[in-house]
Design a protein. Structure first.
Length: 451
């Protein structure tokens, strides 16, 4: 059994039966049959069912949000946005069903066309940090493209996934088309990755596990999309609105208690404004309200688990020079907002993905130095650039090796734009107008017109 704990109280929320390898085998057989029937549904009808699914999710937004607060410790406002994002992703994917078209290619002696056909059964392995949205990133476009989906949620956060599967059936999606397999990674996860009846894996998680998933998919020549984390820079140039940059910094790495692969945990500030930036940053960090995630006034909640709390603590040495906020004491997995101010660029906290409310601030000299520091990591997922110089914004955006950059902003994710990383942040792109195509095979058909 999986034991789901409330991260804010450590109280037991639910116990969920863990899927076995045999359960995965059974699910693949059911999904295979359901997918064949689903692929034969007229595109307009498939889109209509997905919109009905979106509408059903919309009717249960508050229920889903409250469930997310209890199982993941997310702020209630964030959880409502996440449930709404599932709805929006389904709506957006439904709009692409009838636009998933091939091409007509000029050739001699006949007509050549390409067809985009569904892969079959897709396995989506979702993480615990954003259980609902990231599950939908893979599920919505895969279903829209005519595939069946087997979703394995993280061990600590299976409840919203299970409820979404119930809502899919309530909306009229066929039995077996979208199934949830809660379970342990080495059991249910591996079974999904290794199963010959699963055509593609979409995995979001750690680089260590992602490499294992990739190796197993390679052995079976199985398609895979990987999103494996980040160590994103927040670059503040002297010509920027330094006050705006400083005031925006806290939630650039404290959102979801820092458990965000796009968190801007490497704050790079031009030396000439470094001290001024710190003067502005300190009160902004110290004033962050940490506490009960169900309270509308709370700005940061708990970490997901006891083990994650221990990991985050290990990155902050005793007596380290830092700007610190406050956090509750007693039950719950709490850690205060922390910015390390005297850290070497190659220290673990400066190069590892901490996945908690801890950032480091480092000075840089000029544009070249900023780019060097920004790229001095094995990850390349996201980042921010603060400057009033449009030319500089474009130059630095071109030089930083990351898949998602924002200028004078910390926004990384929109369902209508591509998302993915460079280097060890993974490969493949999710979301955006091309998301459905990533779940299809391209078939070429030549028709001779010669007599």
């Amino acid at each position: 059994m999986l034991h789901v704990l409330n991260p804010a109280t450590e109280e037991l929320v639910a116990t969920v039966e863990s899927a076995t390898r045999e359960d995965v085998d059974t699910a693949v057989v059911r999904a295979t049959g359901a997918q064949r029937a689903w692929a034969a549904v007229a595109p307009a009808d498939r889109a209509r069912l997905l919109r009905r699914f979106a509408g059903t999710v919309d009717q249960h937004l508050e229920e889903l949000a409250q469930l997310e607060v209890r199982e993941a410790g997310h702020l209630i406002g964030n959880a409502r946005w996440e449930a709404g994002n599932v709805r929006d992703l389904l709506e957006y994917a439904a709009g692409g069903v009838e636009r998933l078209t091939g091409r007509q290619i000029p050739v001699a002696g006949g007509l050549d066309v390409t067809l985009l056909e569904p892969l079959g059964v897709v396995g989506v392995i979702a993480p615990w940090n954003f259980p609902m949205p990231i599950a939908a990133w893979g599920t919505a476009p895969a279903l829209a493209a005519g595939n069946a989906v087997l979703l394995k949620p993280a061990e600590t956060t299976p409840l919203t996934a299970l409820r979404l599967a119930e809502l899919a059936l309530e909306a009229g999606l066929p039995e077996g088309l979208f199934q949830v397999l809660p379970g342990e990674g080495p059991v249910a996860g591996d079974a999904l990755v290794e199963h010959p009846g699963v055509a593609k894996i979409v995995f979001t998680g750690s680089a260590r596990v992602g490499k294992q998933v990739m190796a197993k998919c390679a052995d079976r020549v199985k398609r895979v999309t990987l999103e494996l984390g980040g160590k994103s820079p927040n670059i503040v140039f002297a010509d920027a609105d330094v006050e705006a940059a400083a005031l925006a910094t806290p939630m650039s790495f404290l959102d979801n208690s820092g458990q965000d692969c796009c968190a801007r945990t490497r704050i790079l500030v031009q030396r000439s404004v470094y001290e001024r930036y710190l003067e502005l940053l300190a009160p902004a960090i110290e004033s962050v309200v940490v506490g009960d995630p169900s309270d509308e006034k709370t700005q940061m909640g708990p970490l997901i688990s006891k083990s994650q709390l221990a990991r985050v603590r290990s990155y902050v040495p005793a007596g380290a020079s830092a700007i610190r906020g406050a956090s509750p004491e007693g039950a719950g997995f709490w850690f205060p907002p922390t910015v390390l101010t005297d850290t070497a660029p190659d220290a673990p906290a400066a190069v590892d993905e901490v996945f908690g409310p801890v950032a480091v601030v480092l000075p840089f000299e000029d544009e070249a130095d900023a780019v060097r520091l920004a790229n001095a990591t094995e990850y390349g997922l996201s980042g921010s650039i603060w400057t009033r110089d449009v030319g500089r914004a474009l130059r630095v955006s071109g030089a930083v090796r990351a898949g998602n950059l924002s200028v004078n902003s910390h926004a990384s994710v929109r369902y209508s734009t591509p998302f993915g990383g460079y280097k060890q942040s993974g490969f493949g792109r999710e979301l955006g107008p091309d998301a459905l195509a990533a779940f299809t095979e391209t078939k070429n058909v030549f028709i001779s017109t010669e007599a």
